[in-house]
Design a protein around this ligand. Structure first.
Ligand code: ADP
Ligand code: MG
Length: 511
């Protein structure tokens, strides 16, 4: 017989009495348990119990639980009484104040025990200190809540979508709003991937890039809102193929893009205004000198013509020279109009009357054109050189007539308008009260290229005899000299509209 077998035999002998066996079992149970009688005196307990509650090594059998824990909360004592009444009490998570001021978290269970006659002899307490687990769970809950708050209140749109079909699995408030919905719930109910992309190729491209690089930054897509309007959004996202989803954020770029476009347009208009000014200065300088030269040629030709008879072999050439000089003088007159320079005879004028008379005169010669007039009552007066403004109107009428070879309608209307900073800025003009003359035709219209150049001197789309490209250039120059604004709007095949704005005068007409 070896020592090992004799040892275990001896232990088995010692444990033969059930009471001893039970005490050993109780003492070594790897859980905190204690058995009390109805006076809450300890009958048995596990070592773990003594350890967990810092009760030391001293034998506790016979000691009262309440003496060991004098600060035990009253409701715990009530529970003991309920347990003596037969109730089983379970608490999943409860704070347990320690004498050193710290708090532990415990899971507890109380259940009554009965003697052989079935009477309740006391209770069995089981507790588990779960402070560590409780702390971890709390930290997790806290951080989850923090992230949920961050997610819900973020001003950028956050989302999670399924890779396969683009279905949005999770979205925050900002995301729903950017997409044109009131709330994430409304969004989940109504959203369809195929209806949301203005161009499904962009989703394919987004997926391609995500698959290739794992992420995208600022990928732009055009999204359609439920009301049909378009939103330009920039997506930054990461793909998780192992989970089958994409997570990312979106930013609404619509306003930013619009602002950039407006800035670009403003820049282009300003550049155009500066260019016109430069050409105007140049043209003015040349036109004056050129006009003087023409007057010289005209004078000399007249002198020779006065000296010869009409059957002279050079007579016809000389009269032709006179005609050419006449056309050249007309050209310079237009150029001078375009050129920067003073207004000549400025008179405070009632524009309705000027527009009326000039358009009637024009209408008499062009019967195929219907002229509709809509003049504002009490139109403010303007300080203008009447003949120059007439020339501007005439140039516009003639262009309209040429744009309507088979006839059409010319709509002329006048109005008092107040121009704000946003409107006048590209034209380098002042804000305030203006009189507006609008002239619209139903002609062939202009494409984008033509409309860009419409006021450029010498820009014409007409054949040599019909166009010089100076009509609108001089109109531009004249209106500019009056501190006014002239604009053109048109689309190919849609007619054209010219708007003239002249600063309102404070004076009465005729001054
Ligand atoms: P021109 O009439 O001598 O060509 P303008 O300066 O008067 O020169 O006009 C420049 C160009 O602008 C025209 O050749 C034409 O292409 C375009 N244009 C002007 N007015 C109109 C209009 N009402 N409809 C269509 N195109 C127009
Ligand atoms: Mg013209």
């Amino acid at each position: 017989m070896d020592t090992h077998t004799s040892d275990s035999k001896q232990a088995a002998n010692e444990l033969k009495t059930p009471a001893k066996l039970l005490r050993m079992f109780m003492a070594h149970t790897p859980a905190a348990v204690a058995m009390c009688d109805r006076k809450m005196r300890y009958l048995a307990y596990s070592q773990r119990w003594a350890r967990d509650y810092g009760l030391g090594d001293e034998n506790l059998v016979g000691r009262c639980h309440y003496d060991l824990f004098p600060d035990l909360p009253g409701h715990w004592k009530d529970e003991h009484q309920r347990c003596f009444g037969g109730e089983i009490i379970k608490k999943e998570e409860e704070p347990f104040p320690r004498t050193d001021g710290t708090t532990d978290w415990v899971r507890r269970e109380l259940c009554p025990w009965r003697d052989t006659s079935g009477k309740i002899g006391g209770l069995i307490m089981f507790t588990e200190v779960i402070t560590k687990r409780w702390q971890i769970e709390k930290a997790l809950k806290d951080s989850e809540e923090q992230y949920r708050n961050l997610f819900e209140t973020a001003t950028v749109g956050l989302y999670r979508s399924r890779i396969d079909d683009g279905q949005i699995l999770l979205a925050n408030q900002a995301f729903a709003e950017i997409m044109g919905y009131d709330s994430p719930d409304q969004f989940y109910e109504n959203f369809k991937t195929t209806e949301h992309y203005a161009d499904m190729n962009r989703r394919r491209e987004l997926l391609r890039r995500l698959n290739e690089h794992g992420r995208v930054d600022g990928f732009e897509i055009m999204s359609i809102r439920p009301d049909g309007t378009h939103t330009e959004i920039a997506v930054s996202a990461i793909i998780y193929p192992e989970y089958g989803y994409i997570e990312g954020c979106i930013i609404d770029m619509t306003e930013k893009k619009q602002a950039a476009r407006e800035k670009e347009q403003l820049q282009a208009k300003l550049q155009q205004a500066q260019k016109m000014e430069a050409i105007g200065t140049l043209a003015g300088g040349i036109a004056h000198d050129f006009n003087n030269l023409l007057m010289g040629i005209q004078g000399r030709t007249s002198l020779i013509l006065a000296d010869i008879r009409s059957d002279h072999p050079h007579y016809e050439h000389l009269t032709e020279i006179e005609k050419y000089v006449g056309s050249a003088a007309e050209l310079t007159r237009q150029l001078l109009g375009f050129a920067r320079g003073g207004k000549y005879q400025v008179v405070t004028t009632e524009l309705n009357e000027l527009v009326e008379s000039s358009s009637r005169m024009f209408g008499r010669t062009k019967k195929e054109i219907v002229i509709e007039r809509n003049f504002a009552e009490n139109l403010w007066t303007v300080d203008v050189d009447r003949s120059q403004i007439e020339q501007v109107l005439l140039n516009i009428y003639v262009n309209a007539w040429q744009a309507m070879p088979t006839g059409g309608t010319l709509r002329i209307h006048t109005a008092n308008v107040r121009l704000d900073k946003k409107f006048v800025k590209p034209y380098n003009a002042g804000t305030g009260d203006y009189v507006n003359i609008s002239i619209a035709d139903t002609g062939v219209g202009m494409d984008a290229h033509t409309i860009k150049k419409v006021f450029d001197p010498f820009f014409t789309t007409k054949e040599k005899e019909r166009g010089t490209g100076l009509g609108l250039a001089s109109a531009y120059g004249i209106i500019k000299n009056h501190d006014g604004i002239i604009t053109a709007q048109s689309e190919k095949g849609q007619g054209a509209t010219f708007n003239i704005y002249l600063p309102a005068s404070e004076k009465q007409a005729g001054c």
